[in-house]
Design a protein around this ligand. Sequence first.
Ligand code: ADP
Ligand code: MG
Length: 703
Amino acid sequence: MENNILQKDIMYLKGVGEKKALVLKKELNVFTLGDMLYHFPYKYIDKSNYFTINQIASEDVYIQIKGYLVSKEYKKTGKTQRLVYTLEDKTGRVEIVFFKGLSWIDKKLQPKREYTVFGKPTRFQNTYSFIHPDIEESVVYANQTIEEKFSPLYNTTEKMKHSFLNSKALSKIIKEILIETEYRIPETLPQYVLELNRLMPLSKALREIHFPTSNDNLAKARYRLKFEELLILQLGHLFEKGRRIQKSKGFVFSKVGDKFNSFYENNLPFTLTNAQKRVIKEIRNDMRSSHQMNRLLQGDVGSGKTLVALMCMLIAIDNGFQAALLAPTEILSLQHYNSITKLLKGLNVNVALLQGSIKGKARKNVLSNLQEGAIDIIVGTHAILEDTVVFNNLGLAIIDEQHRFGVRQRSKMWEKNKECPPHILVMTATPIPRTLAMTAYGDLDYSIIDELPPGRKPIQTIHLFDRDILKMFSFMHKQIAAGRQIYIVYPLINESEKMEDVKDLMDGYESIVREFPLPQYNISIVHGQMDEQAKDYEMQRFVKGQTQIMVATTVIEVGVDVSNATVMIIENSERFGLSQLHQLRGRVGRGESQSYCILRTKDNISKDARRKIEVMCETNDGFVLAEEDLKMRGPGNISGTEQSGVLDLRIADIIKDEPIVRRARDFAELIFDKDPSITHPDNALLRYQITKQRPITDFSKIS
Ligand code: ADP
Ligand code: MG
């Protein structure tokens, strides 16, 4: 299969050569004929309608005619020479006129052959003429004319255009490939897959996607290519997951014991939501299955993931294992540590905290207690990942706010138990739309807490313009007078948070200080140019209620829980993405009192920005927003998640093509159920595609 014709270097194609091939490689990642064929048009010009020459009327815009070249003549007016052809069909004659590139055109156009002309006619005396139109000889393909009913338009770059690789040139190259590979494009799907799903054969689909012969055929070609892409992706996930389950033996947590039960009966401060119960059950089933768990737990901000984490850790302890809870920042791990110790009061569970700032003797103590097994639960930052941190018997590692941790860091947790990797639970608040989860994280188990604890007052979201500054100040005064605290967040323009980006924040800070002066008011400020210690200090003052206002860039911690903070003001909110706005808004609304989110924007904003703000004001539902975000920005750009690069789809669109995603998923399951190792001879083509497909997930890369 490897030496099929599609593997041929594009360089050797007629009309390409070394120079252009290099540009194609650099700009489009196109190395072979096959790569080029999979560079699909983004749009088509409808050329389905041919005019006959007697139908041409003077006002016509761009039209298309077909006819034979009957004569050629060089004409001269003053210094300018022109080349004039006469083209004839059954109903009349027109002139085709060229002023430039005459010798090249003279060579290209052959009298007595049939050509298709696309352009704008102009009338001169009694004849129509076309000046520098698109003119192509009708190409013979499989003894038929390739009739360009729709001519394809391709994405190109500036560099490509400089090398004469515009859309039209690409279309020619592709046509050349189709002619060269005629009937020799090997099918990539088994016959039974084609039949059961009524899919167009690959060679036809590739022809139709570039040069459709009808709307219907174009739709079928697209469907085939999308279905295949999604099928292979999802079958690959199932296959990987199957392999992982086979390979990865896990510790068996067979029982739910004293710690869990007495926590449930005596310590649990409220009833679990149904979603929490369901998720704990799912995790519990994984942990007693004898396979290692790799589960992603998604729950909107405030949905109560910490409690789920804690109860799972208690199961680990009941089975004689240690558990670890990792958070991305010191302040978050401290919060987890505090709330967990409080929740476990009287239970005789040893909880310890480990952070970079814990040093010397205190650190030594923690490390030796951990190694001896005197610590049941360790909570901390990535300090836990260091090699000096050795467990006695780690059985479960929970990673909170997953996107702050890199893949490599996570894989380190696998090695923290030499006998067998611990169970892994990754928790995230970033809503991942179902379709995306299905396609992008298909090989991870996935649990969702889709319900907030009862009694939460929905956050009220309000849009204010810059000119509404007085309104905003008076609102802030009222809230502070009522004893509440306020966040004010400024966007970063660059990720790296340069000094110039901090300028907005500094300007804002000054105006806030003027409006809320000492000694009556205290204000915290946090931004990326500060060192960790200073940041922590400012954060702590706010957490403890010593400051009323926190002015920050987005370095403001994910997951920080200050229940007395009831107002989130987001400045220049039009610059944030929906997901990020929702994450920030989730910092408030955690206590009893009504919370507010104020989205401030410039006085004049674009339609898109307005739509974004409106959606925020309409809903608090993270899933709705995530779907909306995906629609507005496309899957590669969702902030805070790692799917960019993970979902590398050529033609399918996981939002618009959701029905195909589902059908492909169902069919993948059907195949997998019958042939989980994908070794049946009928599935050889599928196996080839799955195994050559790049490894996709974090976890599968590790083992
Ligand atoms: P997140 O999922 O964002 O990490 P947390 O675990 O921090 O959410 O929980 C948010 C708040 O909700 C905490 O104060 C927690 O005590 C509370 N909470 C969790 N579960 C419940 C429940 N079932 N009923 C009421 N409150 C709950
Ligand atoms: Mg949390």
